[in-house]
Design a protein around this ligand. Structure first.
Ligand code: SF4
Length: 357
């Protein structure tokens, strides 16, 4: 992946490794997602893991929700191009089986995995196999003893208890997630947790919603945490094909100047000054073609020659529509004027001249 220079952020966590992927301690924020196939359907699951990886997922979580799924996982894990995280709810024995099967990490939910003895057995298995663990606390499933606390406090108390048990066993190879579907609760929980622990954090808004609402909620939450060093891996949970989550995740990271994958398209909203130039259509067409590029650069689609180039002064390439023509510009300066029908091709000619791909 092509990475452009990124903004520095405070380092507030220690580093662990999930497979060969460093998480925390100043490593780039890791993008992950989760399959939604039946894990026992090995072909479909492997295919989705490949699709997620091709889109940019660096870690993939797979549900191991029973012995049939565990059998499937055993095969998927060896065919996967990325380290896999086994997602475990309720049955801690699935975590033991997944660790033996080759998982790079097991995600357990303290709220439903049972008593601390079972939890300790999972830790021992992680120590024996040398793999990581994620302590994944969700606001909908915290243990009963925390129900009287405000939700964000319940999340923190539940997570810190499990952290303490793990550290007492000399086990530090874990990350933690504190998820809620309510953005302020999730943000507060993660901030407060960070005051007590330097464990790497996986961030996400749970049950975030459909593509539009889920993306906005996740961006609103992550924007309050990531720039301050809180958060080491992220997932954008959408009620969608999980592959759709990945560009959203990178867009969030890119907007915060933390990681860049692929070009950045900016476009003006258009107004009466466009004189008939279809800014919206052109922006969509340009963005669609640039989807396949990995280099990071900025392309502007602006509606008028009067204000466009100036407003998009920082763009590497741009087009500003005119009455019957358009100006191709770079860094706010006009390069050449072309007929309206030639704008699209002329813009990509300029991009190709620099060998962008
Ligand atoms: S760049 Fe021109 S067309 Fe676009 S919003 Fe600004 S003034 Fe209107």
């Amino acid at each position: 992946m092509t990475e452009a220079a990124v903004r520095e952020r405070p380092v507030t966590s220690r580093q662990i490794k999930v497979g060969d992927v460093p998480v925390g301690g100043g490593a780039p924020v890791v993008v992950q997602s989760m399959t939604n196939t039946m894990t026992y359907d090995v072909e479909a699951t492997v295919q989705q893991v490949y699709d997620l990886n091709a889109a940019g997922a660096e870690l993939v979580r797979v549900s191991v929700n029973g012995s049939k799924a565990l059998n499937g996982f055993r095969e998927v894990v060896w065919r996967s191009p990325v380290p896999l995280i086994a997602d475990i709810h309720f049955d801690y024995r699935m975590a033991l089986g997944a660790a033996d099967a080759g998982a790079a990490c097991v995600r357990i939910n303290p709220g439903n995995v049972g008593n601390d003895d079972r939890y300790r057995q999972v830790i021992e298995k992680c120590q024996e196999t040398g793999i990581a663990m994620r302590i994944g606390v969700n606001s909908g499933s915290v243990e009963k003893q925390y129900w009287d606390l405000p939700k964000h406090e319940a999340l923190v108390a539940s997570a810190l208890h499990k952290v303490e048990v793990a550290e007492e066993m000399d086990f530090f190879n874990f990350k933690v997630s504190l998820k809620a579907s309510h953005v302020p609760e999730m943000v507060e929980a993660n901030r407060r947790f960070r005051e007590h622990s330097d464990a790497p954090l996986h961030l996400g808004v749970t049950e975030a919603g459909t593509k539009l609402t889920g993306s906005i909620k996740t961006a609103a939450a992550l924007g309050q945490l990531l720039p301050y060093g809180i958060g080491d891996t992220i997932r954008v949970s959408l009620a969608e094909d999980p592959v759709e989550e990945i560009p959203v995740a990178y867009q969030i990271l890119s907007s915060l100047d933390l990681r860049h994958r692929g070009p950045n398209v900016i476009a003006c909203p258009s107004c009466a000054r466009t004189l008939g130039f279809d800014v919206i259509g052109m922006a969509a067409q340009v963005e669609n073609r640039l989807k396949h590029y990995e280099d990071h650069f900025t392309v502007a689609v602006m509606g008028c020659i009067v204000n466009g180039p100036g407003e998009a002064r920082d763009a590497d390439y741009g087009v500003a529509g005119g009455k019957d023509d358009g100006v191709i510009f770079s860094k706010g300066e006009p390069l050449r004027k072309v007929g309206r029908d030639e704008i699209y091709d002329a813009l990509f000619e300029e991009i190709a001249k620099d060998g962008r791909k």
